[in-house]
Ligand binder design. Structure first.
Ligand SMILES: Cc1cc2nc3c(=O)[nH]c(=O)nc-3n(C[C@H](O)[C@H](O)[C@H](O)COP(=O)(O)O)c2cc1C
Ligand code: SF4
Length: 430
């Protein structure tokens, strides 16, 4: 199908990761325009008017967040979250590996808007190539005078640092990320205060996702009205969806928000592979409840998905087909959260272990009918009782799986085996 690219222009412009190519296609013109045509407050206002919402998961309005910074003369920081460890989500990886200058340009404009003189990118530990790409592009940007002192002859100066974490999912949570960036163990901080008030080194800090900031040059170039002309009033603009599972063309797709889920799967991702049908869909990364095939007409925007019982989250759309054992899928995901729980609070630290153990029992055909209720009971003891959202994330899929596919859990218990013949998920060998 025909696709117009904005954020994923790397798909049609080879070598756009190189400064010369990026500039030949209009790169850094948005920065020049921002510095020349806008006072910082006017840029914050532009982003507010565009309605851009954070693409890291929660969908918080970006311009509103920028407006929370206290005006008290303290140094301010911009930190870009490139931790991207949510299973099923791989959009930020493409953005930093294939078009690093787009992010860097967005960071310079955003730093100018919020009054930051230092900016950081926190990369997931496994993103070795992506972080190297960013470092190379940052060097090019310094050489071209887009970073450093008096950028493009203005009185705005910015230094930009690329930091690679050690590979912990919890370091994607913004306050754990800041702890890690400061050199400590990545445990979440108590909120409030939120990072906008007391963030990196205790200073006012804006933490934004890679995709969020990559949108900023586009909004400066094309205007707020262009952005609000796509999507809905509350969810305007573009979103990159990562599609995985047994579809014909898994990958990242840039869609106007409110595109129906069916269009994403059937048209963008080329439909299901021959002989496969959809069992259920996780629309927003592994932390969100599943949607059923009769919900395929749900528009992919924040409000519609919430109304349908799930969340847009990070945009990781995992399509599970009819050969997938729902107990095995639940065990696989719960074990991920068990491994990634930082251990700071009891409901998450203990609950993820309990759920993983019980699921392993059921999967191996050794569970009892009581175990299914036990899973729901443990989930209830996690829900809303944890120090950070990872706890709730660990049960999002599980609870919805039991709700929609209880008969499949019961069949494992009754028949003492997987009715679909799936092998038991084994953390070591799978
Ligand atoms: C366990 C956990 C993991 C997270 N991982 C990420 C991540 O990898 N990338 C990201 O941008 N946000 C992640 N977030 C959300 C961040 O805490 C934060 O809300 C986000 O970076 C803000 O950026 P935005 O406003 O641009 O969405 C995570 C949150 C939690 C609770
Ligand atoms: S919910 Fe889990 S990850 Fe978050 S603080 Fe508690 S133990 Fe750590």
């Amino acid at each position: 199908m025909n696709q117009t690219y904005y954020l994923l222009r790397n798909r049609e412009i080879p070598d756009i990761d190189q400064m010369a190519v990026y500039r030949a296609h209009g790169g850094y013109e948005a920065l020049a325009e921002a510095l020349k045509q806008y006072q910082p407050e006017a840029l914050v206002d532009l982003v507010k008017r565009s309605g851009l919402r954070g693409r890291g998961g929660a969908g918080f309005p970006t311009g509103v967040k920028w407006g929370f910074l206290p005006k008290d003369g303290r140094p301010r920081y911009l930190v870009v979250n490139s931790d991207e460890a949510e299973p099923g989500t791989f959009k930020d990886r493409e953005l930093i590996e294939k078009n690093p200058h787009q992010l860097i340009e967005g960071m310079i404009i955003s730093s100018y808007a919020i009054g930051a003189t230092e900016a950081y990118v926190y990369c997931r530990g496994e993103f070795l190539y992506g972080s190297e790409q960013l470092k190379r592009a940052v060097k090019e940007a310094y050489e071209a005078g887009f970073l450093g002192s008096n950028i493009l002859g203005s009185n705005f100066s910015l230094n930009l640092f690329v930091y690679r974490g050690a590979g912990a999912y919890i370091c994607g949570e913004e306050s754990a990320l800041l702890e890690s960036l400061e050199g400590r163990r990545g445990n979440p901080r108590l909120k409030p205060p939120f990072p906008a008030v007391a963030g990196l080194y205790g200073m006012p800090t804006i933490v934004n996702n890679v995709e969020t900031i990559a949108n900023v040059p586009q909004i400066v170039t094309h205007g707020a009205e262009w952005y609000t002309s796509m999507g809905t009033e509350k969810s305007p603009g573009l979103k990159i969806m990562s599609v995985s599972g047994k579809v014909n063309r898994p990958g990242n797709y840039e869609i106007p928000l409110a595109t129906p889920l069916r269009t994403l799967i059937d048209e963008y991702a080329g439909g299901m592979q021959e002989g496969r049908t959809i069992k259920c869909i996780i629309p927003g990364g592994s932390s969100v409840p599943l949607l059923m095939p009769d919900q395929l007409d749900t528009p992919l925007d924040y409000e519609s998905i919430l109304q349908a019982g799930s969340m847009l989250g990070s945009g990781g759309c995992i399509v599970l087909d009819d050969t997938v054992c729902i107990v095995k899928a639940s065990a696989r995901l719960v074990k991920f959260y068990r491994e990634e729980s930082c251990g700071k609070c009891t409901p998450c630290r203990e609950g993820t272990y309990w759920n993983a153990d019980v699921l392993e029992r059921i999967e191996a055909g050794e569970g009892s009918e009581r175990d299914i209720d036990l899973l729901m009971d443990i989930a209830d003891n996690i829900n809303g009782k944890c120090f950070c959202p990872l706890g709730d994330a660990s049960i999002g899929f599980l609870v919805s799986a039991i709700k929609h596919f209880r008969d499949e859990f019961e069949a494992h218990v009754r028949e003492h085996r997987c009715p679909l013949g799936a092998k038991v998920y084994d953390t070591v060998n799978n």
